[in-house]
Design a protein around this ligand. Structure first.
Ligand code: NAD
Length: 353
């Protein structure tokens, strides 16, 4: 298996180094893994004036899976838009056709105290959010800022084709089948035509999955329900912009964004795996970051691209064990637990593997 390793910016290199330790350990045991590293984001811009250098894209295309850290930093915020680190990320998702973004929101019982909600509301939480990633208002044309009737107007286009909705629906129903067989489709069909079509296609695809119970929820209600009673959800599927917002809200239910991995898949289960958090410039270079979201992203890589569920379970088990042992990076530290650095956390996971 060939893995393109793209550390990116800020804490990216520190957290990816810990995930690479896990991969090296598996390799030492005989797993056939090849890793190659390339710059992306600000690091790509620094190296070759492009947040997604040609050579990086080529490497990612040739690989079976991509492991990404995070991109961005204040020093790049004044660059022209197409040169900004985040554009590199949007482009690689689009170029690799990674249309299905999987974001679990899972709460380890030991971390219930780190959530901003009451422990009884979140304890045992296990939600999977499937967000469509390559369409919607983030990509629809036309878009722009122009002068109309003597004043500036900004505009974007919310657009989904039937086939775009259908393919993400199949991914979501497939995942729901392997979980609690309950899928909630989130949209705003009472106001938006785009959502009306989304809902119709979901209902059509549901016919192929009679074992899955499909429900529908407006996005404003879904935002409220996620905070009010999050355990009512098993698998959620939604469009790009709604998913962007809801998955960030859901991430906080589980205490720290430093704990949450993600996968972005194409039609053949090739995937890009990355923590959901950003490059955390405030703690970059200090060996303070939590590497567990990145390590758990490797577990997702084994689950979804390599279809090696035993190794995925093993990595997740190793993470559970270090949490149970009381090891904590600063973001999840509470009184009575042991504070460790980013690299110490990585070493502990490798040891417990
Ligand atoms: P952020 O996720 O980087 O940080 C938010 C807060 O969470 C910070 O206080 C940070 O220290 C903390 N945090 C994040 N990850 C952590 C970890 N692993 N361990 C411990 N603490 C962690 O979001 P931001 O501050 O809004 O953005 C910073 C930069 O990251 C910006 O340039 C932004 O554009 C970029 N960004 C990139 C991605 C990505 O690469 N996928 C996602 C979001 C933001």
């Amino acid at each position: 298996m060939k893995i393109a390793v793209l550390p990116g910016d800020g804490i990216g290199p520190e957290i990816v180094a810990q995930a690479v330790k896990v991969l090296e350990k598996l390799k030492a045991e005989g797993a056939s893994i090849e890793m190659e590293t390339a710059p992306i984001g600000g690091a790509g811009y620094d190296a070759s004036g492009d947040p997604l250098p040609e050579a990086t894209l080529r490497l990612a295309r040739e690989a079976d899976a991509v492991l990404l850290g995070a991109v961005g930093g204040p020093q790049y915020d004044t660059l022209d838009r197409p040169l900004r680190p985040e554009r590199g990320l949007l482009r690689i998702r689009k170029e690799l056709n990674l249309f299905a973004n999987l974001r679990p929101a899972l709460l380890y019982p030991e971390l219930a105290g780190a959530s901003s909600l009451k422990p009884e509301v979140v304890s045992g939480l296990d939600i999977m959010i499937v967000r469509e990633l390559t369409g919607d208002v983030y990509f629809g044309q036309p878009r722009g800022i122009e002068v109309r009737n003597g004043e500036r107007v900004g505009f974007n286009t919310m657009l989904y084709s039937e086939s775009e909705v259908r393919r993400v629906a199949h991914v979501a129903f497939g995942i729901a089948m392997k979980r609690g067989r309950k899928l909630c489709s989130v949209e705003k069909a009472n106001v938006l035509e785009c959502s009306e079509l989304w809902k119709e296609v979901m209902i059509e695809v549901a016919k192929d999955y009679p074992e899955v119970e499909l429900s529908h929820m407006y996005v404003d209600n879904a935002a409220m329900q996620l905070i009010r009673a999050p355990k009512q959800f098993d698998t959620l599927v939604t469009g790009n912009i709604f998913g962007d917002i809801l998955s960030d809200a859901a991430s906080m239910l589980s205490g720290s964004i430093g704990m949450l991995p993600s996968a972005s898949l194409d039609e053949h289960n090739k995937g890009m795996y990355e923590p959901i958090h950003g490059s955390a410039p405030d703690i970059a270079g200090k060996n303070l970051a939590n590497p567990l979201a990145t390590i758990l992203s490797v577990a997702m890589m084994y689950r979804y691209t390599f279809a090696d569920l035993a190794t995925a379970d093993r990595i997740e088990g190793a993470v559970k064990k270090v949490i149970a042992q009381g090891l904590r990076t600063g973001d999840i530290w509470t009184e009575g637990t042991q504070k460790v650095s980013c690299s110490e956390m990585g070493d502990a996971v490798v040891k417990s593997l």
